[in-house]
Design a protein around this ligand. Structure first.
Ligand code: ADP
Length: 321
């Protein structure tokens, strides 16, 4: 193998740049030519390629977002779209492709391998931490820290005004950002899509907190449960005497300088992807399990069931009494 390429696909996540840097530098270190593909699969189909050099990835390890940009590409989900993508790779002599993204991006990479013989390796990059084949995905802890920073700030003003607060965080169908940011931020209540919540129980817990003279009432709500405004209406209906406010953190959670953990994880995963390509491997997805870098066959990785951390959830309940 002489030439490989790297792209970022799906939603962006802080740490993707650190990962691109690791792919490029490990590739060049091993005598490979490395091509950056702009705008995910869409840029691949359109032939938006650029030669990466050691200096093209200088000064990016600390930056959020992705210098290669990212996109969603419906055309790539069709065999015709993938055939064009494969031709672009073949015409440019690219034999290996590193895809940084989520489950959807991995599925696309696998099809490209199976249909056109391109060697592909997937790296989990998403703030949601919803990929079963890794304990942590690139960007997750940075998003947790961003949410935590917001919780700290909201807590100050809520305490001053003796208000309650609902803080909606991202994560799609996954409650991990809410769980980690909620525990770290000392939230009174954490609501996640994995555990159905009961409104009576929620109201009781808020009342108990009030009776105990709690200074604040912070509810961290995962977006996969419902919207913060919907919950606010339901709380107002049941507890009209209390002053609750809703805040939706939104895309702030997708940006910012990656944490040390995300940079290190991204660096390790990027380097491993190149090593796997050099060993002639394909259709593999990299993960971090029990602090060890691992890789799985894509089918195996995508068939895994994500386990919600019940111990962590139970701990959050104990600590918020
Ligand atoms: P993520 O990779 O974060 O899960 P998406 O599901 O949006 O994000 O996938 C990103 C891109 O990967 C899509 O726009 C599409 O081009 C490609 N993709 C997703 N699912 C498939 C699939 N089943 N087959 C082929 N390509 C896919």
């Amino acid at each position: 193998m002489k030439k490989i390429a790297v792209l970022t696909s799906g939603g962006d996540a802080p740490g993707m740049n650190a990962c691109i840097r690791a792919v490029v530098r490990t590739g060049i270190f091993n005598g490979l030519e490395v091509i950056g593909i702009m705008r995910g699969y869409s840029g691949l189909i359109n032939g938006e390629l650029k030669e990466m050099t050691l200096s093209s990835v200088a000064d990016i390890i600390q930056r959020g977002g992705t210098i290669l940009r990212t996109a969603r590409c419906p055309e790539f989900t069709k065999p015709e779209g993938r055939a064009i993508a494969a031709k672009v790779l073949k015409d440019n002599g690219i034999e290996g492709l590193v895809v940084i993204g989520g489950d959807g991006s991995f599925r696309g990479a696998q099809l490209l391998s199976q249909e056109h013989g391109v060697n592909t390796i997937g790296i989990p990059g998403t703030i949601d931490n919803d990929i079963a084949s890794t304990d942590y995905s690139i960007g997750f802890f940075t998003a947790v820290n961003t949410a935590l920073d917001a919780i700290n700030k909201i807590r100050d003003t809520m305490t001053s005004h003796e208000r309650g607060s609902i803080i909606e965080v991202m994560g799609r169908h996954c409650g991990n950002i809410a769980l980690y940011a909620g525990i770290a931020g000392g939230a009174e209540i954490i609501l996640v899509p994995e555990i159905p919540f009961d409104m009576d129980d929620l109201v009781d817990r808020i009342r108990e907190g009030q009776a105990r003279g709690k200074l604040h009432n912070i509810i961290v709500l995962a977006e996969g449960v419902c919207s913060a405004y919907e919950l606010l209406d339901r709380i107002k209906e049941r507890l009209p005497e209390l002053d609750f406010r809703a805040t939706i953190l939104g895309h702030i959670q997708r940006g910012g300088s990656p944490t040390a953990f995300d940079r290190v994880l991204a660096s390790q995963m990027g380097a491993r992807a190149v090593e796997l390509l050099l060993q002639g491997k394909t259709c593999r997805v990299i993960g971090m399990k029990k602090n060890k870098l691992v890789d799985f066959d894509v089918d195996e990785a995508l068939a895994m069931e994500r386990e919600f951390d019940m111990d962590m959830y139970n701990l959050s309940k104990i600590l918020s009494i």
